[in-house]
Ligand binder design. Structure first.
Ligand SMILES: [Ca+2]
Ligand SMILES: [Ca+2]
Length: 176
């Protein structure tokens, strides 16, 4: 898909989103799920100078391979990544929803990966993610976002998905 097409597409989405938000301003925001407040897991052993680790999530800006991701932790030899299918290693992409574990002799810890903008959990931010977030905001289809997926879409960390988040997501997709 050409960038020109994506630009048109994105402009269209933003227009429609803005109109709908304006039209439903009274009730807007009331039904948005707040997820981060319910997460209280403390991540103690997983440490990284590169990634923000908070509320049981490891926040990653942009696509990253498992090898590079693990290397960015303070104690990489004790860190592993996995998804439902098994281990994520080497040049495989880490995706939103993957589990990162710290496995020391005594110390165990784990957190969920959040790749910013990757709402469909394929490891990168694309137009598909924009469509998914848009559908969630406009409620045009029943889209249930998991907590990690919600966090991936909530660029400004305010626990609400809005046009502001789509704008940030669009910028990421266009620059990728
Ligand atoms: Ca994605
Ligand atoms: Ca937000």
């Amino acid at each position: 898909m050409s960038k020109r097409f994506i630009s048109f597409f994105v402009a269209f989405i933003l227009c429609v989103s803005s109109l709908c938000v304006f039209a439903s301003a009274d009730g807007y925001g009331d039904n948005n799920t707040t997820v981060k407040d319910t997460l209280s897991d403390e991540v103690d052993w997983l440490e990284s100078g590169t990634y923000k680790i908070e509320n049981g999530f490891v926040f990653v800006d942009g696509a990253v391979t498992a090898e590079k991701f693990i290397h960015n932790f303070t104690n990489p030899s004790k860190v592993t990544v996995s998804n439902k299918a098994g281990s994520v290693t080497g040049s495989k992409a880490v995706a939103t929803g993957d589990t990162v574990r710290y496995d020391g002799t005594e110390e165990k810890d784990e957190a969920t990966v959040v790749i910013r903008g990757d709402v469909d959990c394929n490891g990168k931010a694309t137009v598909t993610d924009i469509i998914k977030v848009r559908s969630h905001i406009l409620k045009t289809s029943i889209i249930k976002l998991g907590t990690a997926e919600f966090a991936a879409a909530d660029f400004d960390d305010n626990n609400v998905l809005s046009v502001t988040d789509i704008t940030s997501l669009v910028a990421v997709v266009l620059n990728s």
